[in-house]
Design a protein around this ligand. Structure first.
Ligand code: NAP
Length: 280
């Protein structure tokens, strides 16, 4: 079997175009602000990507770039200012923050109705309870990719490798909401290969190059690689040994060009949703 490659770029372009068309018909445009701390080059690449996405969609965009040693009160002041700023519907803070900052305090400070990446405990709780809330962009992107390719998680086993608060845990919750049977794995899972082989859908977000090899994949499984790693040559790659796994899977996401672009487009959609909830 040679897997169908799930084209995240194409899906992202479609989602962004739908957002652009809706925004074009709005009198008051949605607005998004990103809060970035320090000089991490990766953070700056993400920032540039978000700026470009907003431009494409007609969404107003601002960045608050704070120094690495910014005091806690100052980042909280920025969040409080953005909470009250009428033109801003969505606030995105680039995590992780430098160690001297209290991430939880920052997450708690973001007004839940502007929390477009679902980090505030109120939104995380609502997501877990199955209530209406923002869906975190990366797990929501995975759900969209599955839907785009007509893959219904109901009555299927999913193995999720990774239990982080931003990917693994919310991914498991979203799949549960879709009647999937989910197993969440981590570094203390006794037999990772056996758990992976049970997955009709296998999602990996470990951040470990070469972790998922073909012998760990069920014949015909859907394999979604969320991870973004850099190999010895500085090229982007995921956790999955792509060439061999693509021979065994029915569907597979590439890295780059899979989950990443869809994640970014969901942020645009969530900002539009926030603007609508703000009466725009
Ligand atoms: P993280 O916080 O480091 O979590 C990694 C998870 O994987 C942890 O739960 C860890 O287990 C588990 N894990 C690591 N090595 C493992 C192994 N050998 N066997 C089993 N489980 C293992 O990372 P994250 O923030 O969730 O990000 C994960 C990856 O996704 C990274 O590569 C990141 O760059 C990427 N990412 C991509 C997007 C996107 O839009 N494409 C968005 C966010 C993140 P323990 O809990 O036991 O430590």
């Amino acid at each position: 079997m040679s897997a169908v490659v799930m084209d995240g770029k194409a899906l992202a372009a479609k989602i962004k175009e739908q957002v652009r068309l809706q925004v074009a018909g709005m009198e008051k445009k949605p607005g998004m602000a990103m809060v970035l701390v320090g000089e991490d080059p990766a953070g700056q690449v993400y920032e540039a990507g978000k700026r470009k996405d907003c431009q494409q969609c007609g969404i107003y965009y601002e960045t608050y770039h704070l120094p690495e040693d910014v005091p806690q009160e100052e980042i909280l002041d920025v969040i409080h200012f953005l909470n009250e700023r009428e033109g801003i519907d969505g606030i995105l803070v680039q995590f992780p923050l430098p160690r001297h900052l209290d991430e939880r305090a920052v997450q708690l400070a973001i007004r839940p109705d502007k929390d477009v990446d679902c980090v505030h405990p109120t939104n995380v709780g609502d997501l877990t309870l199955g209530m209406e809330s923002f869906w975190p962009c990366t797990p929501a992107g995975v759900i969209r990719l599955l839907a785009e390719y007509g893959i219904d998680p109901a009555f299927k086993n999913c193995t999720m490798v990774g239990r982080s608060n931003i990917v693994g845990k919310p991914q498991a919750m979203l799949l549960l909401r879709q009647d999937c049977t989910v197993t969440v794995c981590h570094t203390k899972t006794p037999d990772l290969a056996a758990e992976c082989r049970r997955g009709d859908i296998l999602i990996t977000a470990a951040g470990r190059i070469g972790l998922i090899t073909a012998d760990m994949v069920k014949e015909g499984a859907v394999v979604i690689d969320v991870a973004v790693n850099r190999d010895a040559n500085g090229h982007l790659c995921g956790d999955v040994d792509y060439a061999s796994v693509a021979e065994k899977a029915s569907y597979i996401t590439p890295v780059p060009g899979g989950v990443g672009p869809v994640t970014r487009s969901i942020l645009m959609e969530n900002t539009l949703l926030a603007a609508k909830r703000h009466g725009k």
